[in-house]
Design a binder for this molecule. Structure first.
Ligand SMILES: *[C@@H]1O[C@H](CO)[C@@H](O)[C@H](O)[C@H]1NC(C)=O
Length: 272
C-alpha cells in the first residue's frame, strides 16, 4: 500500500521542479528581452554588428524605428542625397551664413549665467509662446541670470518674415540667419548657434541647445551647474550616446550615406 504513495510524491515533485525551472527560464529571457531586445535580435538573426544602448536610455523621439533596424548590412541602392564630400562641408561652415536678426545687445546689457538656445521653425510661433509662458519665462533662476533665445533660418515667405520682425520687436528673443530652415539644414542651425554664442555672447558661463518640443527643468539644471566639481571651462554634458550605428536605411529620417560618413558608428556624442 505504500508504493503508489511514494510514486505519486515522486511525480508531484518532478512536476514541481519542471514548473519552477520553466518559470525561471521564461522570466529570465523576458527580463533580458526588456532591457536588451536588440542584442537578442543580433544573436538570433546575426545580421548586424551593432552594440545598442538599451532603448529605455534613448528618448522616444530619437529611437530607431524597428523597420529600419535590421538592414544595416545592405548598401543603399538609391543615389546619395548629398553632393560628394568637399562642397557639402564647405557649405555648412557657419561663416557662410549671416545673421538677419542677432539681438546682440542682450548679452551686453547683462552677463548671463546660462543661455538657452532653442532651434525652432520660423512658423512655429505656438512652440515659442509655450516656452515663453513656461520654462522660458524666468530671467532669473536660482539667483542666476538666464536668457532664452530662439534660433531660426529663413522661411521663404515674406508674410512669415514680417510676422517674425514684429514678434522680435516685441520680444527681442529671435536670432535668425540667412539659410533655408529645413530639416537637413539643422546642422547649419547648430553651428550658427555656436557662432552666435562665440561672437555675440562670450560672457555667458554656460549655454544649452534645447529643442522646442522639450520640457526643460531649468531649476534642476541651474542647481546642477552650480555644484562644486562641475567644470567651468571645456565642459560638455548631455545624454551620452556611444557606439551608435550610422543609419544606412534610406527610409529613415536619420539616413546618412557612406559618401557623407563612411564609418559604421558615430563618435561618442550627446543626444540632440
Ligand atoms: C540649406 O540652406 C542653403 C542656404 O540657404 C540652401 O541653399 C540649401 O538648399 C538648404 N538645404 C536644404 C537641404 O534644404
Amino acid at each position: 500500500p505504500k508504493k503508489p504513495l511514494l510514486l505519486s510524491w515522486f511525480l508531484f515533485l518532478l512536476v514541481l521542479v519542471l514548473l519552477v525551472s520553466c518559470y525561471i527560464l521564461s522570466s529570465n529571457s523576458l527580463s533580458q528581452w526588456d532591457s536588451h531586445p536588440l542584442q537578442y535580435y543580433h544573436r538570433f538573426l546575426n545580421q548586424t554588428r551593432r552594440v545598442n544602448l538599451p532603448p529605455h536610455r534613448v528618448h522616444p523621439k530619437h529611437r530607431v524605428k524597428p523597420t529600419g533596424m535590421y538592414e544595416t548590412t545592405e548598401r543603399p541602392t538609391v543615389p546619395p542625397t548629398v553632393a560628394p564630400t568637399g562642397a557639402r562641408f564647405h557649405q555648412a561652415y557657419p561663416r557662410n551664413y549671416h545673421f538677419i536678426m542677432d539681438n546682440q545687445e542682450v548679452c551686453e546689457t547683462e552677463t548671463p549665467f546660462l543661455v538657452l538656445m532653442v532651434p525652432v521653425a520660423p512658423k512655429n510661433v505656438a512652440a515659442r509662446d509655450a516656452i515663453r509662458q513656461t520654462w522660458g519665462k524666468d530671467s532669473v533662476v536660482q539667483g542666476q541670470v538666464v536668457l532664452t533665445l530662439f534660433m531660426l533660418g529663413l522661411s521663404g515667405g515674406a508674410d512669415v518674415q514680417e510676422k517674425l520682425r514684429q514678434e522680435n520687436l516685441q520680444r527681442r528673443d529671435l536670432i535668425q540667419s540667412d539659410f533655408m530652415d529645413t530639416y537637413l539644414n539643422l546642422t547649419i542651425k547648430t553651428m550658427v548657434i555656436m557662432d552666435w554664442l562665440a561672437t555675440r555672447c562670450r560672457s555667458a558661463a554656460y549655454a544649452m541647445k534645447v529643442d522646442s518640443d522639450m520640457f526643460l527643468n531649468i531649476d534642476n539644471l541651474v542647481v546642477m551647474l552650480q555644484k562644486p566639481g562641475i567644470p567651468k571651462v571645456d565642459y560638455l554634458t548631455g545624454m551620452l550616446m556611444w557606439n551608435r550605428p550610422v543609419v544606412r536605411s534610406k527610409d529613415s529620417k536619420w539616413y546618412v550615406p557612406e559618401e557623407m560618413y563612411p564609418e559604421p558608428q558615430y563618435p561618442t556624442y550627446t543626444l540632440g
